[in-house]
Design a protein around this ligand. Structure first.
Ligand code: SF4
Length: 232
């Protein structure tokens, strides 16, 4: 009798699950993802895991599209970012927006964040300990966003993501892989602010080449998504 009732409940559970449409399942997954994202955001907002919490004005979680195939990652917030609680809004961020826009990529269609979520005093490079403490937040963000392409901007985030000691000069413009996501390191826009030259082979010239490669790849990703029937 007990066995019969167990199998009856199993049947009814499988029937319920079979009756659930892919649309309903997708909604449930979206709900879970949104809840995990909100929990992560509030954990960052309240975080005091490393000493940078003592000097920050605001944490900088990152912002942009949550359904994007393309995520940019910088080193850490600067003065403007610390004041506004937003990533890449200072001079370097504005330059990045202009470069992307010239290449046909809008800031609204990408997500942008940093390895550390609080400003290192005086814009110094975050220490390995600070990056180790904070890096888990970025990792969780990336696993929830699941972008197709990840662009580390500058040496610090490139080294953190690729776990390499090689400099960004040697790695920019080349493709790597991190947990199934394609990684394409580029120069940090603050480096471009320090070297204004547009001669062939200058950081600006190389970045312009990189943005065009990135745009081509992004367009190909868009086509693949549409062919899967998941996109618009
Ligand atoms: S930098 Fe990261 S780990 Fe350190 S206090 Fe800020 S949020 Fe926490």
């Amino acid at each position: 009798m007990a066995d019969d009732s167990a199998s009856a409940s199993e049947i009814s559970a499988s029937e319920i699950s079979a009756a659930e449409s892919p649309y309903e399942r997708e909604n449930k997954n979206d709900g879970r993802r949104a809840a995990a994202w909100a929990a992560l955001r509030s954990a960052v907002g309240a975080c005091e895991k490393c000493g940078l919490c003592q000097t920050r004005t605001r944490t900088v979680f990152g912002q942009g599209s949550l359904d994007t195939p393309l995520v940019f990652v910088g080193e850490g917030p600067g003065e403007d970012e610390d004041a506004q609680g937003l990533a890449f809004v200072g001079r370097a961020g504005q330059l990045l927006t202009r470069i992307l826009s010239a290449g046909g990529i809008s800031r609204e269609e990408v997500f942008i964040a940093n390895v550390v979520k609080c400003r290192p005093p005086g814009n110094r490079v975050p220490t390995p300990e600070e990056m180790m403490m904070c890096g888990g937040f970025l990792e969780a963000q990336l696993l929830l966003l699941r972008p197709k392409i990840l662009v580390p901007l500058g040496a610090t985030s490139t080294k953190w993501i690729l776990k390499t000691t090689e400099g960004v000069n040697a790695l920019r413009g080349r493709w790597f892989e991190w947990r199934g996501i394609e990684v394409f390191p580029m120069f940090h826009p603050s480096y471009l602010l320090r070297d204004d030259s547009r001669r062939k082979g200058s950081p600006k010239d190389l970045t312009w080449q990189d943005v065009q490669v990135l745009k081509e790849k992004l367009d190909r990703c868009g086509k693949e998504v549409r062919q899967d029937g998941l996109g618009a």
